[in-house]
Design a protein around this ligand. Structure first.
Ligand SMILES: C[S@@+](CC[C@H](N)C(=O)[O-])C[C@H]1O[C@@H](n2cnc3c(N)ncnc32)[C@H](O)[C@@H]1O
Length: 239
C-alpha cells in the first residue's frame, strides 16, 4: 500500500492530495496534455472502447478536470457522474462541461472514492483515470467501486507505469525522474506535486500485482493492457 504523500506535512494523505490538486488545478490540463504529448486523449479513448456493455449510467472516479467523463459522453445516451475530492479540479471541469454544452449529460460532485455516496449496484460502468494511486487506501476505493457497480458492469482504470525493456526503460527513467518534475515544478509552481507523481508511480503495484488487488475486491475477468510501450497501464475488470 503506497503511503507516499505530496508534502510530508503530517496531515492525512487524502488531505495532502486534495490540497495538491487544488494548487495545480489551473495548470493541470496544460501539463497533462503537454507532458504526455497529447497521448492522454488516446489512452482514455482506448479505455472507453472497452466499455462494451452499452452503459447508460457511468461513474468517473477521481474525475479531476473531467476529461474522462467528457470522453465517455461519446457513448450514446450515457449519463455520467464524476466525483473528486478536489474542489479546484472540479471547478475547472465544470467550466469545460459548460463550454461543451454537456451539462445535461455530465454532473460533477465532490465525494471521496473510498466512501462513495451511492447505493449498491448502481452503475453500468466506471472509469478511473490516474486516480487510484492517489487514494489513502486504494483497496477500500476498489471495494467501493465494486459495491456500487451493477452485476456485469465493467470498470476501466488507467494508471501511469514504466517501460521495462532496454533502451526505452533507461530513456524513460531520465524523462520521468528529471524532465517531467522539472517542467511540472516550473509551470505548476508547486514544488512537490510532480516529484510526488514520480514517487507515487514508483511505489504503486502494477501489472499482475494490481490485478490481485482487483480480484481481492471481488472483480473477475481482470485484464492488464500496457499502452504506449508500457508507460501507461489499462486495467479492465467485470463485477
Ligand atoms: C491525476 S488526477 C486525474 C484526473 C482525471 N481523472 C484525468 O484522467 O486526468 C487525480 C485526481 O484524483 C483525485 N483524488 C485523489 N484521491 C481521491 C479520493 N479519495 N476520492 C476522489 N478523488 C480523489 C484528485 O483530487 C485528482 O483530481
Amino acid at each position: 500500500m503506497s503511503k507516499i504523500t505530496p508534502y510530508n506535512s503530517g496531515e492525512s494523505k487524502k488531505e495532502q492530495v486534495g490540497k495538491m490538486f487544488d494548487n495545480i488545478a489551473k495548470s493541470y490540463d496544460f501539463l497533462n496534455h503537454s507532458l504526455s504529448f497529447g497521448m492522454d486523449y488516446y489512452w482514455r479513448r482506448k479505455a472507453i472502447n472497452c466499455l462494451t456493455n452499452n452503459p447508460k449510467k457511468i461513474l468517473d472516479i477521481a474525475t479531476g478536470t473531467a476529461d474522462f467523463a467528457i470522453s465517455s459522453s461519446k457513448i450514446k445516451d450515457a449519463n455520467i457522474i464524476g466525483i473528486d475530492i478536489s474542489e479546484g479540479m472540479i471547478n475547472v471541469g465544470i467550466e469545460k462541461i459548460k463550454k461543451k454544452g454537456l451539462e445535461n449529460r455530465i454532473k460533477l460532485q465532490i465525494a471521496d472514492s473510498e466512501n462513495l455516496p451511492f447505493p449498491d449496484n448502481n452503475f453500468d460502468a466506471m472509469t478511473a483515470g490516474f486516480g487510484v494511486r492517489n487514494f489513502e487506501n486504494f483497496d477500500k476505493g476498489l471495494s467501493e467501486m465494486y459495491r456500487t457497480l451493477k452485476s456485469g458492469g465493467i470498470v476501466a482504470i488507467l494508471e501511469p507505469s514504466k517501460p521495462k525493456k532496454f533502451p526505452l526503460k533507461q530513456f524513460y527513467d531520465i524523462y520521468f525522474h528529471h524532465v517531467l518534475p522539472f517542467f511540472g515544478k516550473l509551470i505548476s509552481k508547486d514544488k512537490s506535486a510532480y516529484t510526488y507523481l514520480t514517487n507515487s508511480v514508483d511505489a504503486f503495484p502494477n501489472g499482475e500485482n494490481f490485478i490481485n488487488h482487483l480480484k481481492i475486491a471481488g472483480f473477475t475477468n481482470c485484464k492488464h493492457i500496457p499502452l504506449t510501450f508500457g508507460i501507461v497501464d489499462l486495467y479492465i475488470a467485470i463485477k
